[in-house]
Design a protein around this ligand. Structure first.
Ligand code: ATP
Ligand code: MG
Length: 823
C-alpha cells in the first residue's frame, strides 16, 4: 500500500529511534502507531483505534506528562516528535522533528520526577578487573565519577539511586544490574568526549573518564545541550562506609522489609524541609562516612543547631526555599517560566535570613555560610525589580514586568492606556451623536472592539457603521474610527508583550550566568537542611552525641532502636564489647527482642558515622569500615537461589569482606538447613569471625549450643534476653542480660499466636516427654554436649520448627511425624 506523506514522515522519524516509543504530534494529540500503539494502549490503558488500517493510540498533548511519567516509570523510552511549524492556510505536510528523547535516567520534567529521590543515569565500563563508573542527574546537572576494582563495585553502586544504565554494546555488564539498560557502541565510551566538554580538572582514572564521556554523549543525544551539567566530581570509593544492598534491606534504612511496614530509618530521621535536603539525607544514610574528622564536623554542626534550638527558626526559613538544583536544570535547558523566577526570587531573598540564623561555632556551617554569602550577587534584587509579585504563567502574555523597570515599556503602556481611554471616550461621543442610550463599547477575542446596541435602536445607526454580528437582543458594529483605534491598540499591545518577553529572556540569561554560584547555594542549602533535620530529630527523640575511640570497643548505654521505639514502649539496653571481646552470642525465646537488639546496635553505629546523634544515653564506638547485617533464613532474598544457598552466599561475602574494623550482625544464621548442618556452620562461621577476622560480631541464635563458643574461644561473650514466667505465662522483659537463655518457650509463643488449644496441649505433652527422655541441658553453667545425645532426631526436628509459621494442620501433621520418630 502506498504510504501517505505523513506516514512516510512517521517512518523516517521512527527509524532513527527504534528503541523508543515514538510520540508523533498530530495537532492536539501525540499519536503512536503500529506496535508502539499496541504497547501504549496496553500500558496506559487507553483506546486502540485505527488510521488507514494501522493500529493507532494517542494522548492529548496537554496531558501528555502524566502518560509519559507512567511509561518512564516502567522503564520505556519515549521520543517526542513535534510539529515544529505552525499550521497555516494552504500548508501541506507540516515539518516534524524529534525534539527530545525521554528516558528513565534522563528526565528533566518535574512532573515526571520524584522530588525525594535522585534520578541518576549511570555508565559503566570495565577492563582488566577494574570498572569506571559515572553517574549524573540531568535534572540538576550533578555529575560524579569513580573507578573501583570489580569486587568493590556492588558497594559503590549500593549508595546510588540509578534509574537507567548505560553500557557498552560489545561487553556484557560486569554484574547483574536492576532496572532499564541502554547500550551504546564502545567507541562512545571515550574520554575525549568528556575532555571536549570539560577541559581542565577531570578524573585521572581513564575508565572513569570514559564512563563520564559516555554520559556526556548520551545526554547530548537525548536531552540536547545541558548548560547546567557540572564537571564530574571525583568520588573516592574508599571514603564511605560500605553497606551492601542486603544490609540496607535488613536494617530497613530506606524501605521496610515487609510491604505492610511503614516506618524506616529514613522516615524517622526525615524532618527536612526541602526536596534537595530529602535527597541528600537519603544519600547520607546510604553512605555513612569513614573519616573521623568529617564525622565530627557534622556532629559539631548538629550540636550547634540543637543549642538554643536554632533548628526551629531555620526550619521555618528553609520551608520557603525552592528545589534549587532541579530549577537549575530548567535554566540549563531554557525552560524557565515566570513562576520559576518567583520561586528563585523567594529563595534568594530568604538567604540573608538563613545566614543570620546559622551558628558560627561549627566549621561545616561556616562553610555553608560562605557559600550562601558569596551566592549570586544582586540577582534577587534584579529579579525583584523586574518581575511583578504574581506573574502570569507564561511570558509574552503581558503583565509580567513591573512599572518603572523599563522606560520603553512604560511608554508603550502609557500609549496603550491612552488608546483605551480614547475608545472609552468614543462610546460617549457616539452615544451623544446617535442618541442611542444603550450604546456600549465591548470587546471579545473574535471581533476585537465593537459598538453594541439593542435591536430597538437599529434604525438610528448611521450608514457608515459596519455590522459585524447579530445577536438575539442586539447588534454589533464597528466604525472606521473605532477600528483604527483598535488596530493601534493591538499593535501597541503586541509590542508590549514582545518587549516583556525580551526582558524575561534577559533575566533568564542573568540566571544562566549565575549557574555555578546557584549550584553551590543549592548544595549549601541541602546541607543545612539535613543537619537541621538531624538536630531536630536528636532534640525531639532524646538522642545523644556519640563518641569515637581509636580502640576496638563498643560501649552503648541505654541504647534504643530508633524506629521500633516510635511504636512501642521501649526498654533500653546496654552493650559493652571491650577490646578483646569480639563476638556476642545472643540467645532468648522467640519474640524476646533479639532481632531488635542486634539491629539497634547496627543502627546506632551507622547513625554515628552519618554524623547524627544516636538513640542512647551514651555511645562510644570505633570508626567502622563496614557494617554487614543479615536476617536469617525466613527471608529468602535472592531470586533463583534456595533459602539456604542464599544464606551461605551471604555468609561467604561477609567472611571475605569483613575486617577487624567491621561490625557484623548475624540473625539466626544457619536456620535454613538440618539442625546439625545449621549448627555446625553457625559454629564455624562465628568462630572464624571471632578468632580470625576479629570484627565485632553479634550473633542471635536459637542454638543454645553456640553459647559454648565462649568456653573455647577467647573474646566470646554470651548474652540473652530476659523473660519471666508469671502465672504460667511468659512475660517478655526485652532486657539484655549476660549468660545463656534457659528455655525456648516456643510453645508459649505459639499459644500467643493462637494455635488451637488442642494442638498446644499435645505439643506441651510432647515437649515434656522429650525433655524427660532426652535431658536438655539447662543453664549455661552446665556442660552442653555440642553434638551429644541431646540431638535425638525428635529434638532436632523440634528445633527446626518455627511455630509462628505453622498452620494448625501442619502442626498436627508434625506431631504425628514426631511421634513416629520417637518410636
Ligand atoms: N527493647 C525492647 N523494648 C520494647 N519492646 C521490644 C524490645 N525489643 C523487642 N521488642 C518487641 O518485641 C518484638 C519481637 O522482637 P524481636 O523480633 O527482636 O524478637 P526475636 O527475639 O528476634 O524473636 P524470634 O526469635 O522469633 O526472631 C518486637 O517486634 C518489639 O515489638
Ligand atoms: Mg528474630
Amino acid at each position: 500500500m502506498e504510504l501517505t506523506p505523513m506516514m512516510q514522515q512517521y517512518h523516517q522519524a521512527k527509524a532513527r529511534y527504534p528503541d523508543a516509543i515514538l510520540f508523533f504530534q498530530l495537532g492536539d494529540f501525540y499519536e503512536t502507531f503500529f506496535e508502539d500503539a499496541e504497547l501504549v494502549a496496553r500500558e496506559l490503558d487507553i483506546v486502540l483505534t485505527q488510521r488507514d488500517g494501522h493500529p493507532m493510540a494517542g494522548v492529548p498533548v496537554r496531558r501528555a506528562d502524566v502518560y509519559l511519567q507512567r511509561l518512564l516509570r516502567r522503564g520505556y523510552k519515549v521520543a517526542l516528535c513535534q510539529q515544529v511549524e505552525r499550521p497555516g492556510k494552504g500548508k501541506g505536510l507540516l515539518e516534524r522533528r524529534v525534539v527530545r528523547v525521554l528516558t528513565p535516567g534522563t528526565v528533566l520534567e518535574e512532573e515526571a520526577l520524584d522530588p525525594s529521590q535522585d534520578v541518576y543515569l549511570a555508565a559503566l565500563v570495565s577492563e582488566g578487573g577494574k570498572v569506571g563508573v559515572a553517574w549524573a542527574e540531568a535534572a540538576s546537572g550533578e555529575f560524579y565519577a569513580a573507578q573501583v576494582d570489580l569486587p568493590e563495585l556492588p558497594h559503590l553502586l549500593a549508595g546510588i539511586s540509578v534509574q537507567e544504565w548505560l553500557l557498552p554494546a560489545e561487553a556484557p555488564a560486569p554484574l547483574e544490574l536492576p532496572g532499564p539498560k541502554t547500550t551504546r557502541p564502545l567507541s562512545e565510551f571515550s574520554a575525549t568526549r568528556l575532555r571536549g566538554r570539560f577541559p581542565g580538572s577531570l578524573p585521572q582514572a581513564e575508565l572513569a573518564a570514559r564512563a563520564a564521556g559516555a554520559i556526556v554523549a548520551y545526554l547530548e543525544e537525548t536531552v540536547g545541550d545541558l548548560h547546567h551539567l557540572r564537571p564530574p566530581v571525583w568520588r573516592d570509593a574508599t571514603g564511605a562506609m560500605v553497606l551492601d544492598p542486603f544490609t540496607q534491606r535488613s536494617l530497613e534504612l530506606i524501605a521496610p522489609l515487609r510491604p505492610e511496614g511503614k516506618l524506616t530509618l529514613l522516615s524517622v530521621l526525615d524532618r527536612t524541609k526541602t526536596p534537595m535536603g530529602r535527597r541528600l539525607l537519603r544519600r547520607w544514610l546510604l553512605s555513612p562516612l569513614r573519616d573521623r574528622a568529617q564525622i565530627e564536623a557534622r556532629l559539631d554542626a548538629v550540636e550547634a543547631l540543637i543549642q538554643g534550638a536554632r533548628w526551629e527558626p531555620l526550619g521555618r526559613l528553609l520551608s520557603r526555599v525552592c528545589d534549587l538544583p532541579r530549577l537549575l536544570g530548567r535554566v540549563g535547558t531554557g525552560r524557565l517560566r515566570p513562576m520559576n523566577l518567583v520561586a528563585l526570587r523567594r529563595t534568594l531573598q530568604t538567604l540573608p535570613e538563613i545566614q543570620k540564623e546559622l551558628p558560627e561555632d561549627s566549621a561545616l556551617l561556616s562553610s555553608v555560610l560562605q557559600a550562601l554569602e558569596v551566592g549570586p550577587q544582586g540577582l534577587a534584587q534584579e529579579i525583584d525589580r523586574a518581575l511583578v509579585d504574581d506573574p502570569p504563567p507564561e511570558p509574552g502574555e503581558g503583565g509580567l514586568i513591573r512599572p518603572g523597570y523599563s522606560p520603553e515599556l512604560d511608554r508603550l503602556r502609557g500609549e496603550a492606556a491612552r488608546l483605551k481611554e480614547d475608545i472609552a471616550a468614543l462610546e460617549e461621543k457616539e452615544r451623544a451623536k446617535t442618541g442611542i442610550p444603550t450604546l456600549k463599547v465591548g470587546y471579545n477575542r473574535v471581533l476585537g472592539y465593537y459598538l453594541e446596541l439593542t435591536k430597538a435602536h437599529v434604525h438610528k445607526v448611521p450608514p457608515h457603521w459596519r455590522r459585524r454580528q447579530s445577536l438575539a437582543g442586539g447588534e454589533r458594529y464597528t466604525t472606521p474610527e473605532l477600528s483604527s483605534l483598535a488596530e493601534d491598540l493591538l499593535q501597541v499591545e503586541g509590542e508590549i508583550c514582545a518587549l516583556e518577553e525580551r526582558i524575561f529572556q534577559e533575566l533568564c540569561s542573568r540566571v544562566g550566568e549565575a549557574l555555578p554560584a546557584l549550584a553551590r547555594v543549592g548544595e549549601a542549602l541541602a546541607t543545612v537542611d539535613v543537619l537541621r533535620s538531624l538536630a531536630e530529630v536528636a532534640h525531639r527523640n532524646g538522642y545523644s552525641r556519640p563518641r569515637f575511640t581509636d580502640r576496638p570497643c563498643i560501649r552503648i548505654r541505654d541504647g534504643r532502636h530508633p524506629v521500633v521505639e516510635r511504636t512501642v514502649e521501649f526498654v533500653p539496653n546496654d552493650l559493652f564489647m571491650d577490646e578483646g571481646v569480639n563476638l556476642a552470642v545472643v540467645t532468648g525465646p522467640n519474640m524476646a527482642g533479639k532481632s531488635v537488639f542486634l539491629r539497634q546496635v547496627a543502627l546506632i553505629a551507622l547513625l554515628a558515622q552519618v554524623g547524627s546523634f544516636v538513640p542512647a544515653k551514651e555511645a562510644e564506638l570505633p570508626v567502622l569500615d563496614r557494617i554487614y547485617a543479615r536476617v536469617g533464613a525466613s527471608d529468602a532474598l535472592a531470586g533463583g537461589l534456595s533459602t539456604f544457598m542464599a544464606e551461605m552466599k551471604e555468609a561467604a561475602q561477609i567472611l571475605s569482606g569483613a575486617t577487624d574494623r567491621s561490625l557484623v550482625i548475624l540473625d539466626e544464621l544457619g536456620r535454613g538447613t538440618s539442625t546439625h548442618d545449621g549448627l555446625a556452620l553457625a559454629w564455624a562461621i562465628a568462630r572464624h569471625l571471632a578468632e580470625n577476622i576479629r570484627c565485632k560480631t553479634l550473633f542471635a541464635t536459637h542454638y543454645r549450643e553456640l553459647a559454648r563458643l565462649a568456653e573455647r574461644v577467647r573474646g566470646v561473650i554470651n548474652l540473652h534476653m530476659a523473660v519471666r514466667e508469671w502465672k504460667g505465662e511468659v512475660i517478655f522483659l526485652h532486657r539484655v542480660q549476660p549468660g545463656v537463655a534457659e528455655q525456648s518457650y516456643g510453645v508459649e509463643v505459639a499459644r500467643l499466636a493462637q494455635l488451637p488449644p488442642k494442638v498446644l496441649a499435645e505439643a506441651r505433652r510432647m515437649l515434656e516427654e522429650l525433655e524427660k527422655s532426652v535431658p536438655i541441658a539447662q543453664g549455661h553453667g552446665q556442660q552442653l554436649p555440642l553434638f551429644g545425645p541431646e540431638d535425638h532426631p525428635v529434638v532436632a526436628a523440634l528445633r527446626g520448627i518455627n511455630p509462628e509459621k505453622l498452620t494448625p494442620l501442619e502442626a498436627l501433621e508434625l506431631l504425628f511425624q514426631l511421634k513416629e520418630k520417637a518410636g
